[in-house]
Ligand binder design. Structure first.
Ligand code: IPM
Ligand code: MN
Length: 375
């Protein structure tokens, strides 16, 4: 029997509750499809940070590097300054494992109420492929003091290292800046992934998102690379959408979209909107994918600290992220079992969490989905 080693990071807030349900569902699928999962839990997150001042450690990263995937709950806690855990754990993992694709299916499941008038499951079913290592997420910038100053900024990535040696002269009162970086290799690999995904899913159109009319340096490069990559896919229709316009079209005409590829920050923004049109953040999964390395799967939503320990959050996004994980590690049948079970439970409508207008708990939902799998 095949055994998969999975790193388990429950994280903060509702993270432990939702990840427990995801684990339960995956174990049911493993039994059904006859494979084994060996879970290796890690404590990273707010409690661990507050107790030890440690965000991640090299030994754990090396260990995870030998596993098949990482399954993550959520990060973020009001006791810790915003950004510390997000950057120090979540983004650090994405960058360390060079998970350059953030794959976010936008799919309205049968039985879910859509906030858009007259849209049905056949109208909302596309993928956003978000770049996951570059853009304004490289995290460099600073405050500029009045007068002359020097600043050295560095970005270290698997693909490259880049240093900015800045001589700054400012007469303004208070200034700050943030640098976005795109590389042609970094853009090419994620754009290629989007085209390959379109091909695999028998789609006919790839839409590239940017704001090249204003941020013309970085998104000019993005377009140049897109033009090059598309030459390898002669049958595929292609187009550019500005990010502001695509938010409008997601609402007005979601049925138009098939595969959407976006730079990191715009991909972040449009996938929260995508989550809403598929019925809410409680239903939206994501995969941080390195096709040749270690990928990490998580719900798109955050740690919702105010619901921590209340057994009320919807675990579906996390359970569905588990399906994306099984798909990536070669258990496609198990992945389908999970999505089908989620769909059946929602369609039946007997078990609904608060966000879906019901009274079921987090564990009720996990039990219902597990039950469908074992049926
Ligand atoms: C997401 C989140 C993260 C991001 C935050 C928590 C750093 O919003 O996964 O979409 O911006 O990527
Ligand atoms: Mn986000």
């Amino acid at each position: 029997m095949k055994t998969h080693n999975i790193a388990l990071l429950p994280g903060d807030g509702i993270g432990p509750e939702i990840i427990a349900e995801g684990k339960k569902v995956i174990e049911a699928v493993a039994e059904k499809e006859r494979f084994k999962i060996k879970w290796r839990p890690y404590p990273f997150g707010a409690d661990h940070y507050l107790a030890t001042k440690e965000l991640l450690n090299e030994d754990a990263l090396k260990e995870m590097g030998k596993m098949d995937a990482i399954y993550l709950g959520a990060l973020g806690d009001p006791r810790v300054q915003p950004g510390i855990l997000e950057k120090g754990v979540l983004l650090a993992l994405r960058f360390y494992f060079d998970e350059y694709v953030n794959l976010r299916p936008i799919k309205l499941l049968e039985g879910v109420e859509c906030p858009l008038k007259n849209k049905t499951p056949k109208d909302i079913d596309f993928h956003v492929v978000r770049e996951n290592t570059e853009d304004f997420y490289v995290g460099i910038g600073g405050a500029i003091p009045k007068g002359k100053s020097k600043q050295l900024l560095e970005v270290k990535r698997t693909l490259y290292n880049v240093k900015f040696n800045l001589d700054i002269e400012a007469d303004g009162d208070e200034l700050a800046y943030q640098i976005g970086v795109l590389s042609s290799k970094g853009s090419r690999r994620v754009i290629k992934y989007a085209f390959e995904l379109a091909k695999k899913k028998h789609k006919t159109r790839v839409t590239a998102v940017d704001k090249a009319n204003v941020l013309s340096n970085i998104y000019g490069l993005w377009r140049k690379v897109f033009e090059e990559v598309k030459k390898d896919y002669p049958g595929m229709e292609t187009e550019y959408n500005f990010v502001d316009a695509i938010t409008m079209w997601f609402v007005k005409q979601p049925e138009y979209y098939q595969v959407v590829v976006a730079p990191n920050m715009f991909g972040d923004i449009i996938t929260d909107l995508g989550a809403m049109i598929q019925g809410g953040l409680g239903l939206a999964p994501g995969g941080n994918i390195n096709p040749d390395g270690i990928s990490m799967f998580e719900p798109i939503h955050g740690s919702a600290p105010k619901y921590k320990g209340m057994n009320r959050a919807n675990p579906i996004a996390t359970i569905w992220a588990g399906a994306l994980m099984l798909d990536e590690i070669g258990q496609e049948k198990g992945a389908n079992d999970i999505v089908k079970a989620i769909e059946e439970v929602i369609k039946e409508g007997k078990v609904r969490t608060k966000d879906l207008g019901g009274t079921a708990t987090t564990s009720d939902m996990g039990d219902a989905i597990t039950g469908k799998i074992s049926e």
